[in-house]
Ligand binder design. Structure first.
Ligand SMILES: C[S@@+](CC[C@H](N)C(=O)[O-])C[C@H]1O[C@@H](n2cnc3c(N)ncnc32)[C@H](O)[C@@H]1O
Length: 320
């Protein structure tokens, strides 16, 4: 039997792209590094660990919403998943979409290749009617062409990864998604909702320090990929909620002053003691706000499901 999975490499994360992002981030205040650089193999594994933490309610809440409503989703020929990671929760969608022996083309897309390969192997082993095309790509780039035509298609974007995009990049992302999809395609979006700031901060600053290790992993990525004299131990993990912007910010605070030589960039970066690097923003949404952002980008909301406590949302919309 031929293998039912393939992996396409569109844009693999590379030191040149990282150097460009760091150069741009150094001109901002605070200095910022896009969160996609967390996710080398170790970072992807650490995020997977985060999803099981008691404090990290988003994964199990989204999972519970999927368990309750997956069977209400429309049948499709292709399921594309953006920022798929290990596609663990997605198995609920696969179960529902393949019920009765229906064939499905599953297209997980992620910057990180290792989880895609892991998912492709497990899913083809467990779902005999699923064919997997993993795509190593950056969703900050143009998304078209997305595999899955002709036929009916759904794009899933789970885990509130959309919250890592600030409003203007989020608008641009939704426009790219609109360009890459066809009228009648479905879009299933998982998004975390505004709630008690203390709970939010705990979710990003767990007692065991797994999120701290995940955050600091970007320092190891910089040191390795840009040949930089940086050590994760020289930074403290910081998680804060900005009540005005309604977003969590993860930062790394320098424990001492340092001059960092970024050989890949041929420049010296002076960091003061206490200076912070912004490594991730995670927007928290309101259901009406999501509806209007989706509507502005040409996606008509059909249903929004939330858990009983209103912690997390899953929105099904149709591409107009
Ligand atoms: C917050 S995790 C969510 C993982 C999984 N979907 C879930 O719901 O648990 C974000 C995922 O998006 C991927 N990712 C982050 N930035 C990306 C980008 N610019 N392009 C493609 N994938 C990206 C990461 O590698 C990671 O797998």
């Amino acid at each position: 039997m031929s293998a039912r999975w393939t992996i396409q490499e569109r844009t693999t994360p590379n030191p040149t792209k990282l150097a460009e992002d760091v150069r741009q981030g150094l001109s901002q205040s605070p200095v910022s590094i896009p969160p996609k650089w967390f996710y080398d193999e170790k970072g992807s594994q650490l995020f997977d660990e985060i999803t099981e933490l008691a404090e990290y309610y988003p994964t199990r809440t989204e999972q519970a919403i999927l368990e309750q409503h997956a069977d209400e989703l429309p049948a499709v020929d292709t399921l594309v998943e953006l920022g798929a990671g290990y596609s663990r929760k997605t198995r609920l969608l696969l179960e529902s979409l393949t019920r009765g022996g229906r064939a499905l083309h599953f297209v997980p897309l992620d910057v990180s290749a290792e989880p895609l390969l892991d998912a492709a192997l497990r899913i083809t082993a467990d779902f005999p009617t699923v064919t997997v095309t993993g795509v190593v790509a950056d969703f900050d780039d143009e998304l078209a062409p997305l595999p899955g035509t002709p036929g009916t298609r759904m794009v899933a974007f789970l885990g509130s990864t959309i919250g890592n995009l600030t409003p203007a990049p989020r608008r641009a992302f939704l426009q790219r998604l609109h360009r890459a999809t066809d009228p009648g395609d479905w879009f299933l979006l998982g998004a975390d909702l505004v709630k008690d700031p203390e709970r939010l901060v705990r979710a990003y600053d767990d007692a065991r320090g797994v999120t701290a290790a995940f955050n600091k992993n970007v320092i190891e990525v910089l040191a390795r990929e840009l040949d930089a004299n940086l050590t994760a131990d020289d930074f403290d993990h910081v998680a804060r909620y900005d009540t005005e912007l309604e977003r969590i910010e993860m930062r790394l605070r320098a424990r001492r002053a340092m001059t960092v030589n970024l050989k890949g960039l041929d420049l010296a970066w002076h960091l003061a003691e206490g200076e912070e690097i912004l490594t991730e923003t995670s927007a928290k949404f309101r259901v009406e706000g999501l509806r209007s952002e989706l509507g502005d980008a040409g996606f008509e909301v059909v249903t929004t499901w939330t858990d009983p406590a209103g912690d997390f949302s899953l929105t099904l919309s149709k591409r107009l």
